[in-house]
Design a binder for this molecule. Structure first.
Ligand SMILES: C[S@@+](CC[C@H](N)C(=O)[O-])C[C@H]1O[C@@H](n2cnc3c(N)ncnc32)[C@H](O)[C@@H]1O
Length: 253
């Protein structure tokens, strides 16, 4: 389960991503908030993927660029109307400072949408990514991270689970996952079974960074938490929140 490379997730999911995850988060709310936060500056999306969020941001008038490690995801982005016009770099988002296109650009918002930052599966990579994003902010800019609230207590005991994602006469998709709270890791495979076709495995892995840990990692990169909501529409963040939208700004010296 640990053969995880930066391109692993995207290459495994590109062909089903838009079908499976079109509604995984509040895109309309994301666009409204990012427009407000970016002001007149461009936006960089980390792990831009197929453009699920980036294309609506661009349609709202923002100048959007992105980084993604997966050629397969970027091919899907480029095939969409407007996708070819975005400046995109292929590579590891942990190297954001060096890679973010266009070279030398400074961003009003560097966005890591739904759980994308947690695709970096160790804390050092997340820290490096946040520090690199901070280095590319325009004056007054911010780094925005959206994700599930990973609470080690809420992850439950270490262990494995199997669930049915979808079931039709032609196709069964099983979700097989493993929780390792001590190792801050959730990982799994979707097992895609089509009668008469080879089995398709779709591996994924997340480092389950809690909001408090994320604040520490961001702090090491010179960022400080400015806002944390329970959603893009300013919902209060409470003990009951499943999701957080965390806004970091350069810490005052
Ligand atoms: C969950 S998808 C999210 C895509 C898009 N941001 C969205 O919200 O629809 C995660 C994306 O991050 C990319 N990714 C994962 N690890 C990466 C890494 N280390 N560097 C760059 N991109 C990465 C994947 O290829 C994929 O496109």
């Amino acid at each position: 389960m640990d053969r995880h490379e930066p391109e692993s997730y995207g290459d495994a999911f590109a062909d089903v991503y838009d079908e499976w995850y079109a509604d995984v988060s509040d895109v309309e709310g994301t666009v409204a908030r990012v427009v407000e936060l970016a002001g007149d500056h461009p936006v960089l999306e980390l792990g831009i993927g197929t453009g699920r969020v980036a294309l609506p941001l661009a349609a709202a008038g923002l100048s959007v660029s992105g980084i993604d490690a997966s050629a397969a995801m970027l091919d899907r982005l480029r095939a969409k109307p407007g996708g070819g016009a975005l400046a995109v770099a292929r590579g590891d988002m942990a190297d954001v400072d060096a890679l973010a296109p266009p070279p030398g650009a400074r961003f009003g918002v560097v966005l890591a949408a739904f759980n994308t930052l947690f695709n970096l599966v160790d804390a050092d990579e997340q820290r490096r990514c946040l520090a690199g994003a901070a280095a590319r902010l325009a004056p007054g800019g911010c780094v925005v991270v959206e994700g599930n609230v990973f609470d080690p207590a809420g992850l439950g005991p270490a262990g494995d689970s199997v669930a049915v994602r979808s079931l039709t006469p032609e196709r069964v998709v099983l979700s097989v996952s493993r929780a390792d709270p001590a190792g801050h890791r959730l990982s799994g495979q979707f097992v895609d079974l089509v009668d008469g076709a080879p089995v398709r495995l779709r591996p994924w892995a997340l480092r389950t960074t809690t909001p408090a840990e994320l604040d520490d990692l961001a702090g090491a990169g010179g960022l400080v938490l400015a806002e944390r909501w329970g959603g893009w529409r300013g919902e209060p963040f409470t003990d009951e929140s499943d999701v957080h939208v965390s806004v970091y700004r350069i810490a005052p010296v």
